[in-house]
Write a protein that binds this ligand. Structure first.
Ligand SMILES: [Zn+2]
Ligand SMILES: [Zn+2]
Length: 153
């Protein structure tokens, strides 16, 4: 498979909290769910995304609309099969690094795969921590809450 160079700056990522994210081109979503007038703070060029957001996308953990994800693959922007990368997200609940991240209506579920104690059930090999979106939002955008609240210059 040849890897043609794609200009990521032609596309934008639309961050949404508690709803699926979308990809945009010229102010329109790639999918049919034409979400209108996103606030400027919520839209970032694909070439400006943080490494954290890329990790989510490449692992298939990002809460991205399926249709937009499909277009992204066909355009060669990124692919869920690019290979798993470690997600360097420290769980605010237990402090361990996340093995898997899933979004659910404004909540974040972080999975930790544990080595079960001898004799323990298989279910003990997995912990799921659940918390609200805010720490994830800060992490994936690479911003602290302060800088999300606008600039006073
Ligand atoms: Zn979409
Ligand atoms: Zn945890």
């Amino acid at each position: 498979m040849t890897n043609t160079e794609v200009d990521l700056s032609n596309y934008e990522y639309y961050f949404r909290t508690s709803r699926r994210d979308h990809l945009m081109e010229d102010g329109e979503t790639l999918c049919k769910y034409n979400v209108q007038n996103p606030s400027e703070d919520d839209v970032k060029g694909l070439d400006e995304l943080t490494e954290q957001t890329w990790t989510l996308l490449k692992n298939g953990f990002a809460d991205l609309c399926n249709e937009c994800g499909g277009y992204a693959s066909s355009l060669g922007l990124f692919d869920h099969d690019m290979g798993k990368e470690d997600v360097d997200f420290e769980c605010p609940e237990c402090g361990d690094v996340a093995d898997k991240i899933a979004f659910e209506r404004g909540m974040v579920n972080v999975w930790h795969y544990r080595e079960p104690e001898p004799g323990a059930s298989v279910l003990d090999g997995k912990d799921i921590c659940r918390f609200n979106f805010e720490p994830m939002e800060e992490w994936r955008r690479g911003e602290t809450k302060g800088s999300l609240e606008g600039h006073d210059d």
